[in-house]
Design a binder for this molecule. Structure first.
Ligand code: URA
Length: 202
């Protein structure tokens, strides 16, 4: 089954899952979007007002900044994949609770499995905590981490959340500089090696 169809099925499963928290106060589900073959998977926190209204991730002010940062890599938003750890807007944009993040996690995990990106860029401390629990974002942002995740080596680059950059000039400077690490991180990842039994098929 192709990736687009697998993502559509995953979205339908989430829409039907009445056990997911925050559903009753949100307008609609905000699923991930972008290029399912992207090498880069951006993982944010949770939908805000505009995302809840439009049903799309990162379409408010923080999203506008994210678009500009993506363009600074000579890429377009449609070239990458953008998602969130929580898929319904928390009331008043409060922080998601650990229980809410846990409830959405199997869907986030499955989405990552389908996209199978080369690198995961976490935006903010909530998505960072999924891969690098217990670390401080001020100490690790912009650094390339090899993480063993679901039995596979995965490259994770934690970054500040764009909304935090909009509130503080120093964070904005660091976020812009951290984005420039992405091409370097991609270069460092070797192409998948063919297994011996596959060589005869080439
Ligand atoms: N902030 C997030 O973390 N995600 C969005 O989709 C929008 C704002």
């Amino acid at each position: 089954m192709d990736k687009k169809k697998q993502l559509q099925d995953l979205k339908a499963q989430m829409e039907a899952d009445k056990s997911l928290p925050l559903r009753d106060t949100a307008t609609q589900l905000v699923f991930g979007e972008g290029n399912p073959d992207s090498e880069i998977y951006f993982l944010g926190e949770a939908p805000g007002y505009w995302e809840d209204q439009k049903g799309r991730p990162f379409v408010g002010l923080a999203g506008k900044l994210l678009d500009e940062l993506i363009q600074s890599l000579e890429l377009k938003r449609e070239d990458v994949y953008i998602s969130n750890v929580v898929r319904f807007r928390p009331p008043e944009n409060r922080d998601p609770t650990p229980e809410e993040i846990t409830a959405f996690a199997p869907y986030v995990d499955r989405e990552i499995e389908i996209i199978n990106p080369k690198i995961i860029v976490t935006l903010g401390r909530f998505s960072m905590g999924k891969f690098l629990p217990g670390v401080k974002i001020s100490q690790v942002h912009g650094k390339i981490h090899q993480v063993s995740w679901h039995g596979q080596e995965t490259t994770v680059v934690p970054m500040y959340h764009p909304a935090a950059a909009l509130r503080a000039g120093e964070i904005m400077k660091q976020l812009k500089a951290d984005f420039q690490v992405i091409p370097e991180a991609l270069k460092k990842i070797p192409e998948p090696q063919l297994k011996p039994e596959q060589l005869s098929l080439v």
